[in-house]
Every structure is written in C-alpha cells, then in structure tokens.
Design a protein around this ligand. Structure first.
Ligand code: PEP
Length: 246
C-alpha cells in the first residue's frame, strides 16, 4: 500500500502563536497513530519556530525563488529549511502567481532539500482543456530529477471552500483529472519516475467526502478549512490510514 499525505494548509490562521501551538499539539495527538499517513502542517511563517519543538512535520505556504538578498518581505527556502520545514506548498491559487514564478520556486525549494507541494487546477468546472494546458504551463520543463522529488496537488480553484462556488469536486471529476495528471507526468519524466510522484486532491475536503477522493485515486489531500479542527483533520487522516485500494 502506498504512503498517504494529509497536508493541512492553515492559511492565515490562527491569530496567535499560542493558539497555533495548541492546535498543532492536538493534531499531533490525533494523528500520531496513523503510521501510513505523512501528516504535514503548514502554519503561517511566524509560527514555524514555535512548532518545531513538537513532533509534527512542518511545511510552509510559500517561499521565494532566491536563497537570500534584497527581497523585502520574502522568505527563502533555505530559511524554511533552517526552521525545520520539510515541505512547502507552491502555486496556491490564492497567491495568484505566474506559472513561470512557480517553476522557479520549485527549483529553489528542491535545491535546499524541501519537498514542493505544487498546486495545479482549473478556474471553472468542466474545462479539461484548460486543466491540461495549466498542467503543461506549470510543470513542463521542470527537470525530471526535480519533479520526481515533488508532490502534485490537483486543486480546482472552483472547489476551494472559500470561493463563490465552494463545493468539492465529484469523485468522477477527480478521477478524470488524475488520469490527465498521471499521463502528463509519465510523458514528462518517464513511466518509472512519473508513476512514483504522489498526486493529491485539494478543495473542500472534509471527513465526509475524503473517501470519494481516495476512491478517485488521490494519494492524500491538501486540506484547508478542515485542517483547523483536530477532530476533523484526525478523522481525514484516519480514513487515509484505513483505505486499502491504493
Ligand atoms: C486550500 O485552499 O488549499 C484548500 C484546500 O482549502 P479548503 O479545504 O478550505 O477548500
């Protein structure tokens, strides 16, 4: 059975370091038994150092393309590594970045040993051609050695809980999108490397719908809103632990 990934994107939450610590502690307690699941928490930058004493795997929500220099307000991959991060979410639609920018960030992250979690998704439902093109624009040309050290997330913009449409994709939507992802990756980096790249789903994942995304073939999930509830996030991780068909 494959390793699963349960990634919590806390976005700009919670408001204090103290609450962040409590939340991470409660999640660690709920998820520590799920050995098949790599649980990654991605808090806001200022909380990373506060959480490094806990036994949680940390990720960041973004990084810069350079490792140091005159870039006011930015945080480099090397700094994240130093703070104990192992993963970094890149290209989240809420950041509105260009595909070129995302590619450069992916390279910079892998250079220091971070695992990029790259978001790719279309703006409107029922537009597979747009999704195919987005995949190409966002991932084409990233060296095979770099892409094979990454995790990809199919995250349709319209499925994110805070958007206007704000409903999760259906099992069918996700399984047809994942087919596109698999064939793109295998063409890009070859069958052996391509089939080993984990592909997750993100967008309104909760404890009730997680199974449908696993059935669609996702090797885990990027979870926004539901990652702020230890109970719900723990229950999502538990479904991943128990899912036997991947
Ligand atoms: C996200 O924005 O990465 C996300 C998955 O959010 P939500 O689960 O709240 O839709």
């Amino acid at each position: 059975m494959k390793q699963m990934f349960c990634v919590g994107n806390w976005k700009m939450n919670p408001s204090t370091a103290r609450d962040a610590f409590r939340l991470a502690e409660a999640i660690a307690e709920k998820t520590k038994v799920y050995t098949r699941v790599t649980t990654v928490l991605c808090p806001p930058f200022p909380f990373l150092a506060h959480l490094s004493s806990l036994s949680v795997t940390l990720g960041a929500q973004d990084c810069h393309t350079e490792q140091k220099g005159a870039f006011t307000g930015e945080v480099s991959p090397a700094m994240l590594k130093d703070q104990g991060c192992r993963y970094v979410v890149l290209g989240h639609s809420e950041r509105g970045e260009t595909d070129q920018m995302v590619k450069e960030k992916v390279r910079a992250a892998v250079r220091v040993g971070l695992v990029p979690i790259i978001c790719v998704g279309e703006e409107k439902p029922g537009t597979p051609d747009v999704l195919q093109e987005r995949l190409r624009l966002r991932l084409e040309g990233i060296p095979a050695q770099t892409l094979s050290k990454s995790i990809i997330v199919y995250e349709p913009v319209w499925a994110i809980s805070t958007t206007k449409e704000g409903r999760g994709a259906s099992e069918k939507d996700v399984s047809s999108a994942l087919l596109l992802f698999h064939s793109f990756l295998e063409e890009e980096v070859g069958q052996r490397l391509g089939s080993a790249i984990p592909i997750l789903y993100g967008g309104s994942v909760n404890e009730k719908n997680i199974l449908s995304f696993l059935r669609a073939g996702a090797q885990g999930a990027l979870v926004g809103g539901a990652s702020l509830s230890p109970k719900e996030f723990g229950s999502i991780a538990s479904s991943m632990q128990l899912y036997e068909h991947i």
